[in-house]
Write a protein that binds this ligand. Structure first.
Ligand code: ITT
Length: 199
């Protein structure tokens, strides 16, 4: 039987990252009833997989099992060409337990300088997974390419947004208004694929 998500369905947004939660709600808004994992008191699982899709599925399945509701999860990150794709799935972990993204962005800059490379190209990836409490699940992936700039600019968005300029634009994601980012982001591109798969 094909998996279908009907409008009005309650979905648990399985994220504990407020910046990401805001973007997921903007993408899903009006279509579904969204419950935040944090407000349900759902614990955060360890991200033990080695791919974005693996970790997105793990988080969605965990939330669906714990809540008994259909859950959506995002696993995402910044990949830097000069660093052979790092920090990638470790993007949140580079910011440490205090989630210090100023330090994480400095680390990205220092590591690139250490390589001696002039290549500043990078990309964001978002894997979005939807899981049903009785087992079935779907996962898709979206990507946006761009260039890194140092120092970072802008205090909108979250995470590594201040150092990322998407291809074809001059503003960083940190400077763009949220709707502008939502129109072209990795998360929005993944969401387009999810719509094609499930709606
Ligand atoms: P959840 O697992 O609870 O959703 P998290 O922050 O731990 O929250 P991830 O493991 O997927 O999420 O880590 C992804 C990190 O990559 C995230 O913390 C951001 O720093 C960064 N990232 C992902 N999408 C981003 C975006 O749109 N803009 C800036 N940084 C982003």
């Amino acid at each position: 039987m094909p998996l279908i998500l009907k409008a009005g369905t309650t979905l648990v947004a399985a994220t504990h990252n407020p910046g990401k939660a805001k973007e997921l709600v903007a993408l899903l808004d009006g279509r579904f009833e969204i419950l935040a994992a944090g407000s349900l008191g759902l614990p955060e699982p360890d991200e033990t997989e080695s791919t974005f899709t693996g970790n997105a599925l793990l988080k969605a399945r965990h939330a669906a099992r714990q809540s008994g509701q259909i859950a959506i999860a995002d696993d995402s990150g910044l990949s830097v060409a000069a660093l052979e794709g790092s920090p990638g799935i470790f993007s949140a972990r580079w910011a440490g337990p205090s989630k210090d993204f100023a330090a994480a962005m400095n680390k990205v800059e220092e590591r690139i300088i250490e390589t001696g490379s002039q290549d500043r190209s990078a990309w964001f990836t978002s894997a979005l997974a939807v899981a049903w409490p009785d087992g079935p699940a779907v996962v898709v992936e979206g990507r946006v390419d761009g260039q890194l700039v140092f120092p970072g600019r802008g205090d909108r968005g979250f995470g590594y947004d201040p150092i990322f300029v998407p291809e074809g634009y001059s503003l960083t994601f940190g400077e763009m208004d949220p709707a502008g980012k939502d129109a072209i982001s990795h998360r929005a591109r993944a969401f387009e694929k999810l719509k094609a798969a499930l709606f």
